[in-house]
Write a protein that binds this ligand. Structure first.
Ligand SMILES: [Zn+2]
Length: 282
């Protein structure tokens, strides 16, 4: 089984996770830039973070046979902090990098005017750069947030075919599907969506344009939720081909629109800018 995790925050994960993911079948992933859990106080700390998503983290992933790509953006939560807004002006110099396969995560957190502005500006940036966009839908007040998100996408220059609406659930899947966007589901250990509910969604709505991710980060999460969903699909009577479509071909088709996917993990070099993962380099 081959698995592409289209949304996972590896910066927050350990090498044990990389090892277990490879053993479970994960061969490629996308790491969206996001909120780090503590407010950043200057644009420069975003730039160092983006650089690590473009350099150090792909290097680390390659040690474990996994192809690593990223998305960059000003995340919805920090779009509310005026100190962070210069990130919007600096994004173009990151969006031209080979490993950047989308603008993201963008979208709404609390649905403020500042978030409106950042979302619209970054959908425009995606359109200008011929890139897809990864759009986070809010965890609170989900249906309202998703409707407002779809309205902003419709008003933007970006084709819905280039938009992935993420963190969907049973209440939002139907309207999200009608919008023409791709459909992302984050599977969590004990909150929000789980793998059995995901299987029920796939039975009701089919496997077209459906993507499943672990969204694993610094909170309680499980980087093997992609594999667990695949196993739950097989147990429920889906075929190997259905699993391959949802867990591999769909994410490859979506992020492939960037023209930048490199699915063979680069042969791991020993050093990244003079540093190894061996602290002190025995
Ligand atoms: Zn995320």
């Amino acid at each position: 089984m081959r698995i592409f995790d289209p949304h996972i925050h590896m910066t927050s994960r350990t090498t044990d996770d990389y090892e277990a993911m490879y053993a479970a079948g994960v061969r490629a992933l996308v790491e969206p830039s996001f909120w780090l859990g503590q407010p950043r106080t200057s644009p420069e700390s975003f730039f160092d973070y983006f650089d690590s998503l473009l350099g150090w983290e792909p290097f680390r992933a390659a040690q474990y046979g996994i192809a690593h790509h990223c998305t960059v953006a000003l995340n919805p939560k920090e779009a509310n902090d005026p100190r962070c807004l210069p990130v919007l002006d600096a994004l173009p110099r990151f969006l031209v990098k080979d490993n950047v396969v989308a603008v993201g995560e963008i979208g709404y957190d609390s649905m403020t005017p500042a978030e409106d502005t950042a979302l619209a500006a970054q959908l425009q940036l995606a359109a200008d750069h011929g890139l897809p966009a990864l759009v986070h839908t809010p965890h609170r007040d989900k249906l309202t947030g998703m409707r407002r998100t779809i309205d902003v996408v419709r008003e933007s220059a970006l084709d819905p075919e280039l938009v992935l609406l993420d963190h969907l659930n049973e209440t939002t899947v139907k309207e999200a599907a009608d919008s023409g966007c791709w459909l992302g589901f984050s599977i969590y250990p004990d909150t929000k969506m789980d793998e059995d509910r995901m299987v029920a969604v796939l039975k009701a709505h089919g496997t077209e344009k459906m993507l499943v991710n672990s969204a694993a980060d610094w909170g309680k999460s499980d980087p093997l939720k992609t594999r667990r969903t695949a196993d739950a699909m097989l147990a429920a009577g889906f075929t190997d081909d259905d699993v391959d479509q949802v867990l591999w071909r769909n994410p490859v088709a979506f992020y492939g629109r960037s023209g930048r996917l490199q699915l063979d993990a680069a042969a791991p070099g020993d050093l990244h800018e003079g540093n190894s993962i061996l602290r002190g380099g025995e």
